[in-house]
Write a protein that binds this ligand. Structure first.
Ligand code: DHE
Length: 552
């Protein structure tokens, strides 16, 4: 009832005022111009700064840097014109607190126990006042953030150990803001390194020597695996908010360049891959690929992949639906081909030939196929509600060479035929995973495996978000549903093979007993469980050899 009253008040008229009590100390507050002035929401300068940090770290990815919404709803105080989504004032402090603490069935994770109570309380007020302006962040700011910790000349010229770097795993410890490097042969933890906040993905240099992490806070951390203990050799902040980086992999350009994709600011930055020195910044704001082609300011860079056949990266611009093919032969003036496709591009990966790139336009329920060497759109395929493939995965059976995507919005795996012949670039098979509802985030197989692994991370049902389904790649029948092993709990997320293709590493996070569980891919039995106080909410795992060579 109380919130309905607020709703009525909120719809009447609202004025946002920034009351300055003292010089330099301002109070951001909201007062309602109607007779009943409910307790004004107040946020001090200090709290505005802290709230912005938290927002960019944890919320911007889903709700947009300007809080206009993206895969998640807008978070503006007042419902935007024509939107069916209430403003945050309509929810009020209690309502927002409930959302932040418990998450939502639509995929927002719960933050209770991850954010402090104090931060949650601050965010309930921060979200009820107007978002602050996003400050400038370009070449100067990136250069000012650049920290070359170990100059190239001071680094070893060959490995200082005889471990098998090809089978190293980088494992993201998301909420700890750390990355663990594990020897995949011996399963020893070699290092747990402080990186950016809520690291999102890792990529490896074309030689496999360096591991790069990108945090949601836009911080890139470069890790050298030649040293006895993996070491951070350089860091730089490419923006306020990011999800992706990638390296140059074309012959002659190995370990030369790295590209950073910004959620905020909307830009790509090209850096020296040996030192992380910034070389150029190109804004990605631009006209939409479809509809009335309006100009879109906040055009965030989602997935990025590197071609092995051409000196280019494929950078996917979410809100415009433009696929950018960035030629890095002149990194200070990159030649960019923009291919209009479908809005809300998200994640994707290569087909088995490494020539075609398939990417989910997940909020448009489509998969876009790009012919990279010829820089052209091949097809846009409707697959289902919110496809979410990660990088997708490739399998082969009587139906042909198939690229697979799971879906966030429904229980469906779609198999797209990628080899020439009848049915190429169409969905030739659809199967269901266990139980009901969507929530799958990642799929994974390996050229040497007969199995396809699927998680269900964002399904609200704990019986489903804690298991992984394993399908037979020949029959596409469900072969096993593997529950979290004894002593492990939380959500299963992201599978990664070892170099040999006979082990599958699965993260269990957001529970009380996080773990990395290693399965024998043949027997589907648990081979080893890696746990410890350093295993804090593990998410993505990246095997050096498979990541370097795009094996999935
Ligand atoms: Fe991700 C990949 C964006 C939430 C774990 N995620 C990606 C990519 C993008 C993206 C654009 C592709 C990068 C590439 O290939 O270059 N992810 C986003 C979001 O915007 C979103 C929805 C909300 C957010 O705030 O970030 C989001 N992602 C999540 C999670 O909640 C996950 C499960 C855990 C976490 O890190 O918070 C998560 N995303 C991952 C992982 C990958 C990924 C592990 C890499 C998959 C791969 O195998 O390449």
């Amino acid at each position: 009832m109380k919130n309905l009253k607020l709703l009525a008040i909120a719809i009447i008229t609202l004025t946002f005022s920034c009351k300055s009590d003292k010089k330099g100390e301002s109070d951001y507050s909201v007062t309602k111009s109607d007779s009943e002035d409910i307790a004004a929401v107040r946020v001090s300068d200090e709290e505005m700064k802290r709230g912005s940090e938290i927002y960019f770290d944890r919320c911007a990815g889903c709700h947009g840097s300007s809080r206009l919404g993206a895969t998640g709803t807008h978070l503006l105080p007042v419902r935007p014109e024509g939107s069916d989504k209430p403003g945050t004032l309509e929810f009020g402090t209690e309502g927002l607190k409930a959302f932040i603490e418990n998450g939502t069935p639509g995929g927002m994770p719960e933050w209770k126990g991850i954010m402090t109570e104090q931060d949650i309380e601050l965010m309930t007020r921060f979200l009820q006042v107007d978002p602050p302006e996003i400050p400038e962040y370009g070449m100067n700011e990136i250069a000012n953030s650049w920290n070359l910790i170990v100059p190239v000349i001071d680094r070893p010229t060959k490995p200082e150990h005889n471990r098998n770097i090809d089978n190293y795993f980088g494992v993201i410890m998301r909420d700890a803001g750390k990355v663990a490097i594990i020897d995949g042969d011996t399963k020893e933890k070699l290092a747990v390194l402080k990186t950016g906040f809520a690291v999102h993905i890792l990529r490896t240099s074309a030689s496999g020597r360096y591991i790069y992490s990108v945090g949601r806070d836009g911080r890139i951390t470069m890790i050298d695996t030649y040293t006895k203990i993996p070491t951070i050799v350089a860091e730089v902040k490419g923006g306020f908010d990011a999800r992706s980086v990638e390296v140059s992999k074309y012959k002659g350009y190995e370990d030369k360049y790295l590209v950073f994709g910004g959620y905020s600011p909307s830009h790509i930055a090209i850096l020296d891959a040996q030192t992380l020195e910034p070389l150029s910044v190109t804004p990605t704001s631009g006209n939409a690929a479809d509809g009335d082609k309006e100009f879109i300011e906040e055009a965030r860079v989602a997935s990025i992949v590197a071609s092995h056949t051409d000196p280019v990266w494929i950078c996917n611009v979410k809100e415009t639906g433009m696929v950018w093919i960035v030629d890095y032969t002149d990194p200070k003036n990159p030649n960019i081909t923009q291919i209009p496709s479908a809005r809300f591009l998200h994640d994707g990966g290569w087909d088995s030939t490494g020539k075609y790139f398939l990417v989910a336009a997940n909020a448009s329920n489509k998969i876009v196929v790009i012919d990279v060497p010829n820089k052209k759109l091949v097809k846009i395929i409707e697959t289902g509600i919110k496809p979410h493939p990660g990088r997708g995965t490739n399998i082969k059976n009587d139906l042909g060479n198939l690229w697979v995507t799971s879906h966030l919005g429904e229980n469906k795996l779609s198999f797209i035929k990628t080899n020439p012949g009848e049915g190429q670039w169409t969905v030739v098979k659809e199967v269901k995973a266990t139980g009901n509802g969507g929530g799958a985030l990642f799929v994974k197989s390996h050229p040497k495996s007969k199995h396809l692994w699927v998680d269900r991370t964002l399904n609200p049902n704990a019986e489903l978000n804690s298991v992984v389904d394993v399908f037979d790649t020949n029959t596409l029948e469900l072969k096993a549903t593997l529950p979290a092993p004894e002593g492990v709990d939380g959500r299963a997320v992201h599978m990664e093979y070892n170099k040999a293709g006979n082990e599958v590493w699965v993260s269990y996070f957001m529970g009380q007993k996080s773990a990395i569980v290693i399965y024998n891919d043949k027997t589907l039995k648990v081979k080893q469980i890696i746990q410890g106080d350093w295993v804090e909410n593990p998410t993505g795992k990246f095997n050096v050899y498979n990541t370097t060579n795009d094996i999935y």
